[in-house]
Design a protein around this ligand. Structure first.
Ligand SMILES: [Zn+2]
Length: 384
């Protein structure tokens, strides 16, 4: 979702990025601190001082959010959940997880680590504020104590995908051993909370607080989309996990031999099958893939002389999957890489098929449809 962000730095193996939308939040924070919070917390200072304090407050907030996300990321890594990085965006921060927690315990520990860290930061900043003489610095530190406490409390609201929602899900999951049901309940909490946020936003709008109102409304929309998305993803994962990729792939894929010329590639593959990329094979083994981009480097007159082998890109984990691997794993790989197709190989690296996202989605829709019919009929029988 946030791959476009600019990388700020790498620490402990995690990349910290900032999304363009964070600028919006940054401006809003500095402005509200300089014009509202600090003139009240430390009256009698020059206007310029309040702006500097606003900028310091923003930096402290960014630091606090990154520390909060690092807590999630470190615990996730301890429990073998891959984290792609930490991103600051319009509504705060996010530690991007690849895959889902392996157990309720792992999810609980990972989720609770963030709010506990914010709570710890709040306590530290409160101590710091007490130790400092009253003035601009103490006011900024006091604000950071407040905002970290607010972060801890807000995140503990039991609304998936907030941390509190994950804590709730892990508890329900441990109780009934049914992660799908647990996700459904926690996501419902997320949706209810999202509507409350939107209502709060509308209420603020009516009261005349336009910026705050729009902000709450947008956060509500975001939480709702994330709650629904999180549930759908869990449905997909539950339906696909335990089933091998082999079951969903299309066999006999169209593959290009490595010694094919670019001219033949254009005439017999691109023009005939209308795909933008093809797997490349040599003696049946998958050795690479070739896309339209490869043609750009050569004049048309060179196409008959050049071979695919020289221009193909190597295949890697991101675009291949083993036929006996879990279909849920394959779906995750497609999502992460933003790919619609994966090349499927057997144990010795031979190309045996192609797995299309479209087919997985169709399968999920059919399966959900049949289950809905089954539920409906069960409901009818129970009612009669
Ligand atoms: Zn968190």
């Amino acid at each position: 979702m946030f791959r476009q962000g600019v990388t700020l730095f790498r620490l402990l193996g995690f990349e910290v990025r900032v999304d363009a939308s964070w600028l919006l939040l940054a401006v809003l924070i500095v402005w509200s601190l300089a014009a509202g919070w600090f003139p009240q917390a430390a009256p009698g200072l020059a206007t310029a001082a309040y702006w500097w304090m606003g900028v310091l407050g923003l930096l402290g907030l960014a630091f606090s959010i990154v520390v909060h996300e690092f807590a999630h990321a470190l615990v996730a890594r301890r429990h073998a959940m891959p984290i792609h990085g930490i991103t600051l965006f319009a509504f705060g921060g996010v530690a991007e997880m690849g895959g889902e927690p392996p157990s309720p315990r792992a999810e609980f520990l990972m989720a609770i680590a963030g709010p506990l860290t914010s709570l710890g930061l709040a306590a530290l900043f409160r101590l710091g504020e007490g130790a400092l003489p009253a003035g601009p610095v103490a006011a900024v530190v006091g604000y950071l104590a407040f905002i970290n406490l607010a972060l801890a409390i807000f995140n503990m609201i039991p609304a998936f995908p907030l941390d509190g929602g994950r804590v709730l899900r892990s508890a329900l999951w441990a109780w009934r051993k049914d992660v799908l049901w647990a996700t459904r309940v926690a996501s419902a909490g997320g949706s209810v909370f999202a509507f409350l946020l939107m209502a709060l936003g509308l209420f603020s709008l009516i009261q005349g607080a336009v910026v705050v109102g729009v902000w709450w409304f947008l956060i509500g929309l975001f939480v709702r989309a994330a709650a629904i998305g999180g549930y759908r993803e869990q449905v997909a994962r539950s339906a696909l996990s335990g089933q091998p990729v082999r079951r969903f792939m299309r066999s006999d894929p169209v593959a290009v031999e490595a010694q094919t010329t670019l001219q033949t590639l254009v005439d017999d593959y691109f023009y005939r099958h209308w795909r933008k990329s093809f797997p490349v094979v040599e003696d049946g083994r998958l050795t690479g893939c070739v896309s339209l981009d490869a043609l750009r480097d050569f004049e048309r007159t060179e196409w008959p002389m050049r071979r695919v082998r020289a221009v193909m890109a190597p295949c890697d984990q991101a675009n291949t999957v083993g036929q006996d691997e879990d279909a849920a794993t394959a779906l995750g790989r497609m999502r992460e890489g933003g790919r619609g197709r994966l090349y499927v190989t057997d144990a010795v690296g031979r190309l045996v098929g192609v797995l299309a996202l479209r087919d997985l989605v169709d399968y999920l829709e059919v399966r959900t449809g049949i289950e809905a019919i089954g539920d409906g009929r069960r409901g009818l029988r129970e009612a009669s």
